[in-house]
Design a binder for this molecule. Structure first.
Ligand code: ATP
Ligand code: MG
Length: 213
């Protein structure tokens, strides 16, 4: 799928990376809220590729996760899906994806990496963390059950001044959403409904292809 990339004029781009196994309304509300609160031009969803060795039993194939993400985002003219990590051979590093987007959208554009509060804490374990924070800003969506003090700690570790940290890492309040892909997979496994947790088209896709049984 072609993303809406042109470097004619600088844009504000949201990046939403994830396994999307499957994509759910928590992801969509978060992306929509970032679009609105930060005045972004678009949000690009980037599903991860298949790991070289299957680690998790209930991990749907990259192509299924990609298609479900396309289905879930298709009605929103500001949402796009990018297959760069799915098509990349070997292990994918976030830094490579961010660099790729920098090239696509030009140096005048601003990249905002949108993550849940849980995911931003993992950033500390990422490769090239310090380089990533110079290439993209971060929006951390607060998710029920997560303690903001850890994010504040992370900000002081990564930046020299509080000012600089506040210009690069933002906290975004979103309506409390306890939806997670883990819970959705567990529900499907034991035959409980997931409608209203995922878009209707995603639910239909899961049923049609017998995913997460
Ligand atoms: P899993 O339970 O398998 O880890 P997940 O629901 O956390 O799945 P991911 O694909 O791992 O979904 O998440 C992609 C991104 O979306 C991450 O940055 C994650 O923090 C964020 N996210 C996931 N669920 C929510 C939610 N309900 N509200 C806000 N952000 C969320
Ligand atoms: Mg997760």
């Amino acid at each position: 799928m072609i993303i809406n990339a042109s470097n004619d004029e600088p844009k504000k781009i949201g990046i939403m990376g994830g396994t999307f196994n499957p994509v759910h309304h928590g992801h969509l509300v978060t992306a929509q809220e970032a679009l609105d609160q930060f005045g972004l031009d678009e949000v690009i969803f980037i599903p991860t590729g298949d790991p070289p060795h299957k680690i998790e039993d209930l991990l749907a194939h990259a192509e299924d996760r990609y298609l479900m993400t396309v289905i879930a985002t298709s009605s929103n003219s500001s949402f796009f899906v990018y297959r760069v990590e799915i098509d990349r051979k070997g292990k994918s590093y976030t830094i490579d994806t961010v660099k790729e987007l920098r090239k696509l959208f030009g140096s005048g554009s601003e990249l905002y990496f949108i993550t849940g509060a849980d995911a931003i804490l993992e950033i500390l374990t990422w490769k090239n963390t310090r380089e990533i924070v110079t290439l993209a800003k971060f929006i951390a969506a607060t998710r029920p059950g997560y303690d903001l003090s850890k994010i504040k700690e992370l900000k002081t570790t990564l930046f020299d001044s509080e000012d600089e940290a506040d210009r690069r890492i933002f906290i975004m309040e979103i309506p409390a959403l306890a939806i997670s892909s883990t819970d959705i997979r567990q529900r499907i496994k034991i035959g409980r409904p997931v409608n209203y947790l995922v878009p209707e088209g995603v639910n239909n896709y899961i049923l049609k292809h017998g995913l997460y049984k």
